[in-house]
Write a protein that binds this ligand. Structure first.
Ligand SMILES: *Cc1c(COP(=O)(O)O)cnc(C)c1O
Length: 369
């Protein structure tokens, strides 16, 4: 028998979450952001659940090729544009739309030989200070692009730094709208958090396209202010393993490397076949939530490479049998239907659901349901 751990990607949940993103911006088209191998889900595995989107947005040209190989003929957007001049050949061949965020990318385009001119998304740095032209240089970049025979339609984009938090998006959207006011073309500004939190009351956020990432994968973009249930999102990835051993601790006994946990009373623990080499966060401290046979309990002691240890007391208290072979749900949906949100596990480990999804390790077998 293979080691008892596996992940499951839930097609119906992807569809539900996509519908939720659409409902948040009903007059906009939706980019399904599938960068980082569909946030760790696997582009091929997530495709069926996301093919109802209006386009796919990603970063890596290899991933764009994979989306085309799946038969997708609609829009594909390279969110960071091209990385070197010859990438433009692939854009021409596969009809990829691409961001343009720096002068070098315009230089490359101007030297590119193509039959079909490219559709580009001119990126503004409206305050995030990663990629894009600052507002003061935006029009000049647009004029340069607009003069190129290699360029067809020009669209406009920016990205928010604080859509999930108290600072919000007003300063950035104002800068973006002012600088693009009379420029003709489509616009896209909203990520998941902006779409969920700000799109309903602000047509500028919905714009022509929203870029839905984490929302599609069931992450509450603004956790812990809101959770996935609040936004009507379902988990799209379950990480599940089995208990492969048990121990009965006495007061004073310790668990695992570094003896970071000491029992203060008699305690039954289960040893689960999942560790940091599977993508479970090593920084998850004692107390990180986990489901055993659908019952909520906690980890105890340090996460090791191949195992974690969990407290079985809540199961005994609930009269639920647990032992070797019992199901442990690290995040996602248990067989009985109980859900443990990935955001909660991430928060306990001092990170975000995005990182946990993306870090699912290659050694974990993945099924699609
Ligand atoms: C990753 C990314 C998104 C999606 O972000 P979420 O927070 O997952 O919705 C949108 N736009 C750009 C430019 C991105 O890089």
């Amino acid at each position: 028998m293979p080691r008892p751990i596996h992940a499951t990607i839930h097609t119906a949940a992807l569809q539900q979450n996509l519908a939720r993103a659409r409902a948040a911006a009903p007059d906009a088209r939706v980019w399904a952001v599938v960068k980082a191998n569909a946030y760790g889900h696997g582009i091929e595995r997530a495709f069926e659940g996301l093919r109802g989107a209006d386009g796919f947005a990603l970063l890596d040209l290899g991933e764009a090729e994979r989306v085309r190989q799946l038969g997708w003929r609609g829009p594909i957007l390279l969110l960071e544009g091209v990385f070197e001049p010859r990438d433009l050949e692939l854009c021409s061949r596969l009809s990829l739309w691409h961001a343009v965020h720096c002068d070098e990318q315009i230089d490359w385009l101007s030297a590119h030989k193509t039959h079909a001119p490219h559709r580009v998304f001119l990126k503004m740095n409206s305050g995030m200070n990663r990629l894009g032209f600052p507002p003061a240089r935006y029009r000049a970049a647009w004029a340069r692009l607009n003069a190129l025979p290699q360029v067809d339609e020009i669209s406009f984009m920016t990205h928010f730094s604080d859509a999930d938090g108290p600072r919000g998006i007003a300063h950035q959207i104002d800068a973006f709208c002012t600088a693009t006011q009379d420029l003709p073309g489509e616009r896209t500004v909203g990520n998941s958090a902006a779409t969920l939190r700000h799109a309903a009351g602000d047509a500028r956020v919905r714009a022509d396209w929203v870029r839905a990432g984490i929302v599609l994968y069931g992450g509450a973009a603004d956790h812990p202010e809101h959770d996935a249930a609040h936004w009507g999102l379902a988990p799209t990835m379950t990480l599940s393993a089995r208990i492969i051993g048990t121990q009965q601790l006495q007061p004073g006994d310790t668990v695992g490397y570094g003896s970071t946990f000491t029992a203060d009373r008699p305690l039954a623990i289960g040893v689960v076949a999942c560790g940091y080499a599977d993508g479970y966060p090593r920084h998850a401290p004692t107390g990180t939530p986990v489901l055993v046979n659908g019952v909520r309990t906690r980890t105890v002691g340090r996460v090791s490479m191949d195992m974690i240890t969990v407290d079985l007391t809540p199961l005994h208290d609930a009269g639920v049998e647990a032992g070797v072979g019992s199901e442990a749900t690290l995040w996602g949906r248990a067989a009985c239907g109980a859900v443990l949100g990935i955001d909660e596990v991430a928060q306990a480990a001092g990170t975000v659901g995005y990182e946990l999804m993306c870090a699912l390790a290659p050694r974990v077998p993945v099924a699609v349901d």
